[in-house]
Design a protein around this ligand. Structure first.
Ligand SMILES: [Zn+2]
Length: 332
């Protein structure tokens, strides 16, 4: 009996670590959890089904864990929480990349020889304090925002698009189907530029690449952003929509899985070795910003996690989506 128990335990362990798990919710979830580390812990938390999620909740209209990090929850402009709950100091992260997000949601400023490319705009209540004033604190001029890329049309990322558009008049790029979602908002931004898959966005000496990766929303944008650390070249990747819930449709889950795989290969081929998420929880961005502040000369850069770290990050996301699909198809 003892021998049998030991053998059984060993099987469970190897199933969790195996590269191609059985096609069940439990196996995919375990495969994701086996890859969790400080670079991706929040991805598993916000994209994977909770361990106790009832099977019947999958694909249903309600139940399960909600929270795709969207515009709901009364946290939009009408229900702005007190500043001390969300305010985060702006901070330079690479030679040409600056953090101008809150404690919860990120906005990134990429500086180029011809102005600033801004990525995402936070909930509207935080846009002026974090982005406009934050850039000034960093001795950058918000009037130089020439291009704004919006990863997807949820209020925590597109809430301030109208303000940035009206105030600084950049070109605004978003996925076509997310523009359609944004048009339904209370104070919608003016439709500007539809992103295309593989689109090169060049400003001055810097070129970002956009990929359309539906799953979290119908035309979520994921990005590759060249960054430099004391002149040393690195490549940052942003998976532009991450969280899933029991309400995510099967079509979107399948799209999420295939696009995570596609983007994994693109990021690996391009040599991406840095992750910038758009929720701080995904890779403990706030802790990482603090560590970066304490960096001593010669220390490694804590945002550079290597190509393997980038692959793990996207694999966790992909396995979480596969878990939801399997559960929804009755294979818990
Ligand atoms: Zn979202």
């Amino acid at each position: 009996m003892r021998m049998f128990d030991v053998f059984g335990f060993g099987l469970i362990l190897s199933a969790a670590a195996f590269a191609q798990p059985a096609d069940t919710g439990t196996a995919h979830r375990n495969a994701a959890m086996a890859l969790v580390d400080s670079n991706n812990r929040g991805v598993a938390h916000l994209a994977c089904p909770a361990e106790t999620a009832p099977i019947a909740a999958a694909f249903g209209p309600s139940g399960g864990r909600g929270g795709s990090g969207g515009r709901g929850g009364g946290r939009g402009p009408g229900g702005a929480p007190p500043r001390e709950q969300w305010y985060q100091e702006p901070q330079q992260v690479f030679d040409n990349l600056y953090y101008v997000g809150t404690k919860d949601h990120t906005s990134w400023a990429v500086t180029t020889s011809a102005g600033i490319i801004l990525i995402d705009t936070l909930f509207a209540y935080a846009t002026k304090d974090e982005i406009e004033d934050g850039l000034r604190t960093l001795h950058l001029d918000p009037a130089n925002i020439k291009i704004l890329i919006v990863t997807h049309a949820h209020g925590d990322h597109d809430g301030g698009v109208k303000y940035i558009q009206d105030t600084f008049k950049p070109k605004v790029i978003m996925g076509a189907k997310d523009w359609a979602m944004a048009a339904l908002e209370a104070n919608p931004p003016r439709h500007d530029t539809d992103a295309t898959d593989g689109q090169k966005v060049t400003l001055g000496d810097t070129t970002l690449t956009i990929y359309i990766t539906p799953g979290h929303t119908a035309s979520t944008l994921s990005l590759l952003v060249p960054v430099k650390d004391h002149g040393e070249q690195h490549l940052a990747m942003e998976w532009g929509g991450t969280a899933l819930s029991a309400r995510t449709t099967k079509d979107m889950l399948q799209s999420y899985v295939s696009n995570a795989g596609r983007f994994m290969d693109i990021a690996a081929g391009a040599g991406a070795d840095v992750v910038i998420g758009n929720h701080t929880e995904y890779n403990d961005a706030i802790g990482r910003l603090g560590q970066l502040k304490a960096r001593l000369p010669g220390d490694p850069h804590v945002w550079v996690i290597g190509k393997e770290g980038v692959r793990r990050y996207l694999t966790v996301a992909q396995q979480c989506a596969k878990a939801y699909i399997a559960i929804g198809e009755g294979r818990p």
